[in-house]
Each structure stands twice: as C-alpha cells, then as structure tokens.
Design a protein around this ligand. Structure first.
Ligand SMILES: NC(=O)c1ccc[n+]([C@@H]2O[C@H](COP(=O)([O-])OP(=O)(O)OC[C@H]3O[C@@H](n4cnc5c(N)ncnc54)[C@H](OP(=O)(O)O)[C@@H]3O)[C@@H](O)[C@H]2O)c1
Length: 334
C-alpha cells in the first residue's frame, strides 16, 4: 500500500479534481437521432438507471434485450415497453452474482441471431456488509466487474464479426473511493476490513481497468468501449442494506439526488450519437470526457488484473467456465 501511495500521490492532479466537480454540475449532451430497429442489451433494466434507459431507447425505436434477475419485474417491464412504444422487449433471467448464470446468458447472447448494436452493463449493487457469491467471490466485485467482464469477453468475437457495436460500462465517480488503487492480492476482501465504499470503489476501478485492455482488443474493429458515470441520481440502489442505511438514503441522500432521466439521456447519447462513434477507451461523467483517478488508468495493473480475471473465471481455458468447482475461489490460489 505504501508503494501505491508513493506511486499515485504525484499523479493526482488538482485540475482533474476541479474538472470532476465542474462536470458533476453539468447537464448531459442530448442526442435527437432515432435508433429504429436497432438492438440494445441492458443489464439490470428493472429499476433505476436501467429502467429509464430502457424506456429512453424504446421511445427512440430500439428493440431491447434486458438481462434481469427478477421474472415478475421483467414481465411487467416487457408489457409496459411493448405497449407504450411498440418495440420488442425481450428479456432473459440471470443472477449476475452467479458466474454460471453469467456464462449461460453470455452464450445466449453470443448465439443471438441479430447484431447487438449497443450493450449497456448497468446492473449494480451497493452493499454495506461483505457478501459472497456461490463461487466464493465478493458480491460487489462479481456483479459490477466480473459479470460485465465475462459478458464482454464472451461477446468479443460476435462484436468483431459485426464490425460495429458500442459497449458501455456504467461506472461511477465512486471508483475514486479506491484512492490508492486495487489490491490484486485481495480482490475478495478476505485479508482487509471490508467497507461498502471501498469495495464499490475497487469494483468500479477494476471495470475501468478492464476497459483499457478491451479497448486494445477492439482496436481497428469498429467496436467501441467506454465507461460512464450516470450522475448522482435517485434510484432503488442499496435496498439490500440494513434499516439505518435505508432510512438515511430515503430521508437524507435521496433529497440531494437528481432524476435518473439524466443518466438515460447520457447513455442514449453515448450509445447513439455520431459525435462519439469513434471514441473508445474513455471515461465520461455523463457525456463529458474526464480523466479517471490515476489507479484506474494504470496499465500495468490492468494487464495483471486481466490475467487474474481470466484464471478466476475459467476464461483462460479453451472451453471457458464449465460450472465445475475448478473455478471456485479456493482453487484460484486465494
Ligand atoms: N444511482 C446513482 O446515483 C449512481 C451513481 C453512480 C453509479 N451508479 C451505477 O448505476 C448502475 C445502476 O444502479 P442504480 O442506481 O440504477 O441502482 P438500482 O435502482 O438498484 O438498479 C440496479 C439494477 O441492477 C439489478 N441487479 C442488481 N443485482 C443484480 C444481480 N445480481 N443480477 C442481475 N441484476 C441485478 C437490479 O435488479 P432488481 O430490480 O431485481 O433489484 C436493478 O435492475 C449501477 O452500476 C451503479 O453502480 C449509480
């Protein structure tokens, strides 16, 4: 850690911090082009940012394929979208905290007969207490980072074959909570004291780091990948936490937050606008380009994390994840 403090301290720049503060007050750029008949995949479309974003794309003529964990909410969403906008709204049920579900749904997307024009990795959780997934991964890390990593990795060939497509990671300014970077020796918070903010910051930092390598992989293919902060907006986030947290969220935090429609406007702009069609590997605060915190731009750590992630998920073997126990935490040397 001391090493990291020395390494990153000098890279933190006041102008970057000031830009973030300024950008937090900015409205997103608006794209007015239609997106008729295009296919947009959204994870976590049943509430908050994902829900309003699904409606925004549908209102502009896009068909949707939503990856959600809740059957009832998904069916309600499908009926609402199809009735209100006359587009197709498919969904698949997958718990993105379960690696087997992630691989299953990735496979379906890989085989999807139509081109995927945009994929928005939006699903997320904020957990004040450490939780583990069936594979023994820390849950925040799994849902935000590993799930979006596996899906993107499994879709790389499809996207390259299409020669077009935009991958958008819904990140967060919260990546800055991982002030001194990612601890690649303790990605699942076994050795350190867990905190909701720090684990969230680490997962979002990991996502930004993976973007750097995916961007290399997509170079020259017509496919882009970017990460965006959706604003500080009022959503259902944190509902899994205790009563005290929920009380503060409802009575204090929520009163300071903006409507999630700004996130949908920003995601629509990043997914559709010609102005960003050639932009890749960047971080946006809504639609304004911004430098992420230094640890999230560290290419050495990005390469290391990439290798660890391939091993952890079984993607480094030829067949990928088999659902066997060989991919559990115990067997990744942790
Ligand atoms: N709200 C903000 O101010 C803010 C700021 C920065 C970044 N973000 C990011 O924005 C994204 C969306 O968050 P939100 O604020 O809109 O929160 P939200 O209202 O809680 O929505 C989260 C969505 O993710 C889904 N989800 C959660 N865990 C899942 C799992 N294991 N498998 C499948 N789906 C799962 C939820 O499904 P259910 O409906 O079934 O719960 C819901 O659809 C997250 O990535 C978050 O980190 C939000």
């Amino acid at each position: 850690m001391k090493q990291n403090i020395r390494k990153y301290f000098k890279e933190y720049q006041w102008p970057d911090i000031m830009a973030m503060i300024r950008n937090n007050r900015s409205a997103p750029a608006i794209c007015r082009e239609r997106f008729n008949g295009k296919l947009v995949v959204i994870t976590g479309a049943t509430s908050g940012v994902g829900y309003v974003t699904a409606k925004k794309f549908a209102a502009q003529g896009a068909n949707l394929l939503c990856i959600n964990r809740n059957q009832e909410k998904s069916e309600r969403l499908r009926q609402e979208i199809e009735a209100d906008f006359g587009v197709k709204c498919d969904y698949r049920i997958a718990d993105l905290s379960n690696l087997q579900d992630v691989f299953r749904v990735s496979e379906e997307l890989r085989q999807w007969p139509a081109a995927i024009d945009v994929i928005i990795h939006n699903a997320g959780v904020y957990l004040t207490k450490r939780e583990l997934t069936p594979e023994g991964f820390e849950k925040t890390f799994m849902v935000h980072y590993l799930a979006s990593f596996v899906l993107t990795h499994r879709l790389m060939e499809k996207f390259k074959a299409q020669g077009s497509g935009r991958v958008i990671l819904v990140g967060s300014e919260g990546h800055r909570f991982a002030v001194w970077g990612l601890d690649t020796d303790d990605l699942h918070w076994e050795k350190r004291r867990y905190s909701g903010l720090k684990s969230y910051g680490s997962a979002k930092t990991a996502q930004l780091l993976s973007m750097l390598i995916f961007n290399d992989q997509f170079e020259g293919t017509g496919v882009t990948i970017n990460t965006m902060h959706p604003g500080e907006v009022k959503t259902d986030t944190g509902q899994e936490n205790g009563r005290l947290y929920r009380w503060f969220k409802k009575h204090i935090f929520d009163k300071t937050l903006k409507p999630a429609e700004i996130s949908a406007d920003a995601l629509y702009y990043l997914g559709v606008s010609d102005e960003v069609s050639q932009v890749s590997g960047k971080f946006f605060n809504l639609t304004t380009r911004e430098n992420p915190a230094p640890p999230a731009a560290d290419r050495e750590v990005a390469k290391k994390l990439w290798k660890i992630t391939l091993a952890m998920t079984g993607l480094d073997s030829e067949t990928g994840f088999s659902g066997s126990e060989s991919n559990t935490l115990q067997n990744t040397g942790k």
